[in-house]
Ligand binder design. Structure first.
Ligand code: PGA
Length: 243
């Protein structure tokens, strides 16, 4: 079941996302975390809440969705570095409780399988998601099997273009592959919180919520999940028939 909340703008969407996510910021919980522009407002609120109210992450674990293949973790655009910069280094979560898939190593598929095993042993209480302009979730591009586990994947041309802004607007610098939790992995999370803001997400939001459940729109599988909250701002909700 999907509950849709329409927010006014990005800041309002981030406030509303924090209201939902904070229910899971409790000892013993496992958080599923995401990168990209979308969760930054939520992470800023989590940091503020930690600093002002002392909300602790000492007994919380986290699993991230994905990582670029071939970028060292010291590269500022690696998702490992992104998570440390924007969240982990500003809260009290122990390093060993955080997990970001590794995009480096000889046996990426073997490592991906181990990542799924770790998640199976530690089920995610709430998975945070953004959505790509092509309907992708994590790096599961259109056509990815709904039953996929964590795997290595090629990035779609549109995703490489979308992410170019993080690599000096130089398309040749954008990695072309990633390790990503699969759609099957994501669907195992007990709860899902997806945030979509901005007019460039309107088509994907419509396909996710009102289109057929089809691998052409990876996010459409969420219609089958038992507990999803989707927070959209007005521009991202613009094409919805049922608001
Ligand atoms: P964005 O990316 O948050 O940077 O818009 C979302 C996504 O591609 O999943």
């Amino acid at each position: 079941m999907i509950k849709v909340i329409v927010a006014k703008d990005y800041e309002d969407a981030s406030d509303k996302a924090f209201e939902v996510f904070k229910e899971f910021i409790k000892p013993g919980k496992v958080l599923g975390l995401a990168t990209g522009s979308t969760p930054l407002g939520l992470y800023a609120r989590m940091v503020k809440d930690h600093k002002e109210n002392g909300t602790s992450y000492k007994d919380i674990k986290s699993f991230n969705l994905d990582e670029y293949v071939g970028l060292p973790i010291t590269h500022p655009e690696s998702y490992y570095a992104f998570m440390h910069r924007n969240l982990f280094d500003q809260i009290d979560i122990p390093e060993e409780s955080t997990h970001v898939p590794s995009g480096l190593g000889e046996d990426l598929e073997g490592q991906a399988k181990k990542y799924d095993e770790m998640i199976d042993a530690c089920p995610v209480d709430c998975q945070l998601l953004g959505i790509g302009s092509d309907g992708h979730i994590a790096f599961n591009e259109p056509g990815t099997s709904f039953t996929s586990g964590t795997h290595v994947t090629d990035l779609a041309e549109s995703t490489i273009k979308d992410n170019c802004r993080f690599f000096d607007n130089d398309i040749s610098k954008v990695p072309t592959q990633a390790v990503t939790q699969g759609i099957g992995t994501i669907m195992k999370a007990k709860n899902i919180l997806l945030i979509a803001t901005g007019a460039n997400k309107a088509n994907a939001v419509k396909a996710m919520l009102e289109g057929p459940i089809d691998e052409a729109c990876p996010a459409s599988i969420l219609q089958k999940h038992a507990s999803v909250v989707v927070i959209v701002d007005e521009p991202a909700a613009a094409l919805l028939q049922n608001k």
